[in-house]
Design a protein around this ligand. Structure first.
Ligand SMILES: *[C@@H]1O[C@H](CO)[C@@H](O)[C@H](O)[C@H]1NC(C)=O
Ligand SMILES: *[C@@H]1O[C@H](CO)[C@@H](O)[C@H](O)[C@H]1NC(C)=O
Ligand SMILES: *[C@@H]1O[C@H](CO)[C@@H](O)[C@H](O)[C@H]1NC(C)=O
Ligand SMILES: *[C@@H]1O[C@H](CO)[C@@H](O)[C@H](O)[C@H]1NC(C)=O
Ligand SMILES: *[C@@H]1O[C@H](CO)[C@@H](O)[C@H](O)[C@H]1NC(C)=O
Ligand SMILES: [Zn+2]
Length: 470
């Protein structure tokens, strides 16, 4: 038995964000599973091969449906009409694949619409600056904002700067990327912290480890007691330029003009059930979010994860397999503005929470599959580790306190779950930018992710033993 030291991840909750604080937690050699269960799990080897082969044999059709979906609808922002059309498309596609058990549940969703966004450096010379407003940013006054710029390395530097040096200025947070979980704090809280010191606008260095002059949007939150100031992302290249100019003592002046609107619309979570043959009320959930940011095409975030999750009940049904428990795919709506669809589902189904045996999400890319990131008790992790042995070499196991984006809120309530581990080192290069297109994806990798997820989900939903909570 391999002796792997697992790590536990303490989550700072910023929507599909994990900040890692590693604590040694479980050791696989501590796993003591009932030999009958070990034998039962091993007996699934053949069926996992059958399922994976079926996905691979249908790989061209599957990938074509996925690319067709992305090309047909493009970006699917929360609250938009195009998102609702994309949801209708997935409902139809489910039915045309022979699965009739598809339902939707209404979700009241924020609907933030980007208008025009321009920025120009006026001093020390004229230069256009690419900007991309952050979700829920307010507009500038109609005359735009023209103000002096102050570049800050981090929150500490802002805190240590006297208020009169910040008041009336545009704060640029030039925080260099360390990890998404750490650096995203500037996106989420930058405008609030700058406004607390009297700034008139807040710009952030895009939250990405790599840039070819790309801007990256994402959600942000205004603190309840501060003036809502406009906020946007700029490129690494321009942040570096502004930093160098400031270091040389230049006075920098910028002009920013941004417009946007915010209202609320009804959207839908989509539930696709493959009814169980024994414990129908018990659920194994596999999920991804169907909404995306308004830039790029949401091909990677989260078109890929949504599509491979949707395919799980579809392909198992095609094989005429019936797991013991009900296998439910959920296409979450409105993840990007803050897990809005998932929170609605949790509230609506709170008294059935005990029926969720295991919950999965793929929202971190569909690159080459590696294994799973698991949240649960040591007993739960031991069973998942045993099942993963069926999928060698896709058998990497990471343990975190919560996983995924939407499903973190279920993990926090004690529901065990997992998120797809994949070779996603470049995920944040494309994330929330115009570069999130089908070009990020590789057919073979996506099909392999789909094959692994379908076969794994089948085994978990069919095991005679529940995944234990303790
Ligand atoms: C493997 O599974 C296939 C399809 O379910 C079945 O036809 C075949 O008999 C099985 N083989 C073994 C050795 O169990
Ligand atoms: C879905 O199917 C219905 C009924 O067949 C049809 O009216 C509708 O146009 C379809 N919608 C999409 C988006 O394909
Ligand atoms: C700001 O943009 C809006 C919308 O494009 C435009 O009507 C307005 O004239 C612009 N204001 C300035 C000061 O550039
Ligand atoms: C800000 O700085 C003051 C002292 O200048 C310190 O007392 C305070 O803890 C700092 N706050 C943060 C959030 O770092
Ligand atoms: C905001 O202001 C109100 C009223 O002054 C106060 O009760 C509340 O604690 C403040 N909230 C925060 C987050 O500072
Ligand atoms: Zn996502």
């Amino acid at each position: 038995m391999t002796t792997l030291l697992f790590t536990i991840v303490i989550v700072t909750q910023y929507y599909n964000v994990y900040s890692y604080m590693t604590i040694n937690k479980y050791d696989l050699s501590d796993c003591v599973l009932n030999p009958k269960l070990v034998q039962e799990i091993a007996s699934y080897k053949n069926i996992t091969k059958t399922i994976m082969n079926e996905v691979v044999n249908n790989g061209d059709t599957f990938y074509n449906e996925y690319a067709n979906f992305i090309d047909k609808f493009g970006a699917r922002p929360a609250g938009s009409v195009v998102l609702e059309e994309a949801i209708d498309h997935m409902i139809n596609l489910t039915r045309s694949n022979g699965l009739e058990t598809v339902t939707t549940e209404d979700v009241m969703s924020p609907h933030w619409v980007r208008g025009s966004e321009t920025a120009t450096m006026i001093k020390p010379r004229i230069k256009p600056i690419a900007i991309l407003g952050l979700g829920s940013s307010v507009s500038t006054p109609s005359g735009g904002i023209t103000a002096e710029v102050i570049v800050m390395r981090n929150f500490n530097e802002l805190n240590e700067t006297i208020e009169s040096n910040v008041k009336g200025k545009i704060v640029v947070f030039d925080a260099h990327y360390t990890s998404y979980g750490e650096t995203v704090a500037y996106r989420v809280e930058g405008a609030t912290k700058a406004a607390e010191k009297g700034a008139v606008a807040s710009l952030i260095r895009s939250v990405t480890p790599f840039s070819l002059y790309t801007t990256h949007t994402g959600s942000q939150e205004y603190g309840s007691n501060v003036t809502k100031i406009p906020t946007a992302a700029i490129t690494h290249e321009d942040a570096d330029l502004l930093r160098r100019l400031q270091d040389r003592g230049a006075t920098i002046v910028m002009s920013i003009n941004m417009t946007s609107t915010l209202d609320y619309k009804t959207s839908r979570n989509t539930l696709i059930d493959l009814k169980g043959c024994e414990d129908r009320e018990k659920l194994v959930i596999v999920s991804g979010h169907i909404d995306s940011w308004d830039v790029g095409q949401g091909a990677m975030d989260d078109g890929g994860g949504m599509f491979i999750s949707w395919y799980v009940p579809v392909i198992i049904h095609k094989l005429k397999l019936k797991p013991r428990r009900t296998l439910r795919a959920i296409l979450w709506t409105s993840e990007e503005p803050g897990l809005v669809g998932a929170i609605e589902y949790l509230n609506r189904h709170m008294n059935e929470l005990n029926n969720i045996n295991f919950i999965m999400e793929s929202d971190e890319g569909t690159f080459e599959p590696l294994g799973l990131d698991v949240s649960g008790s040591q007993n739960a992790v031991c069973i998942v580790a045993e099942v993963l042995k069926l999928f060698k070499p896709i058998d990497k196991l990471k343990v975190s306190s919560t996983v995924g984006s939407d499903i973190t809120i279920f993990n926090s309530k004690g529901v065990p779950g997992a998120s797809l581990l994949n070779k996603n080192e470049r995920y944040f290069w494309y994330h929330h930018s115009n570069a999130d297109t089908m070009d990020v994806q590789n057919k073979n990798d996506v099909v392999q992710c789909a094959a692994f997820l379908a076969a794994f989900s089948y085994v978990i939903s069919d095991l005679t033993e529940d995944i234990p909570r303790y």
